[in-house]
Design a protein. Structure first.
Length: 202
């Protein structure tokens, strides 16, 4: 059963994304699948939305290939570590084509339901991609990237000691109980993060 779930996710990544096989997308993804990608926050639910997204990626990177580096599962969740390669031949995120090749590593978690993918969470580093393409991130993209790094390096990797790397001196947080200054705010965040990490590890 688990091997079948892993095979479905592998097919979507390697054949759907990596080869542009829309039949593979239709046969692996539920009609109302929810899609989460912080780089593309406006993605609508549904297999047709995902097909358009993949086609857009492959327009920008027509030689795009995707391979699954590792696959693990926990209940209905399948986690895939992947590598994608491609050459930018058309506009991407509003940036003109560069003709440069890029290699990107990322992680996607799929929630399975009834033999199909019902929800997708993708995580990857936009700065890594843009650096390889010789492009610069916008201020908005920089901010999103910082938040994504915070979530990945602190919460996902369960490492609250890294919080000071993300919280600036003089940081002020406004909450229902009043104003919290940077030193107290950092300590409070670390305490909360330690609690959550301990619960996750138990």
């Amino acid at each position: 059963m688990q091997e079948a779930k892993e095979g479905i996710c592998r097919r979507l990544l390697e054949q759907g994304y990596g080869q542009g096989d829309m039949k593979a997308v239709e046969q692996t993804v539920a009609a109302q699948c929810r899609i989460h990608d912080p780089v593309f926050p406006d993605l609508r639910p549904g297999v047709e939305s995902l097909k358009r997204h993949i086609q857009g990626l492959r327009t920008a990177f027509p030689d795009l290939t995707c391979t699954c580096d590792s696959i693990s599962h926990d209940g209905d969740a399948v986690t895939v570590e992947w590598t994608c390669r491609g050459t930018q031949k058309d506009a991407f995120l509003g940036q003109p084509p560069t003709g440069r090749e890029a290699v990107l590593h990322g992680r996607t978690v799929f929630r399975m339901n009834g033999g199909q993918i019902a929800e997708i969470w993708s995580g990857w580093n936009l700065r890594t991609l843009l650096d390889q393409l010789g492009l610069r991130m916008s201020e908005q993209q920089e901010n999103k990237g910082l938040v994504n790094r915070f979530l990945e390096e602190v919460w996902e990797q369960r490492n609250p000691d890294k919080i000071p790397e993300f919280v600036a001196e003089g940081c002020v947080r406004y909450s229902p109980v009043g104003v919290v200054r940077s030193e107290e705010h950092t300590s409070e965040l670390q305490s909360l993060a330690y609690l959550v990490c301990r619960l996750l590890l138990e």
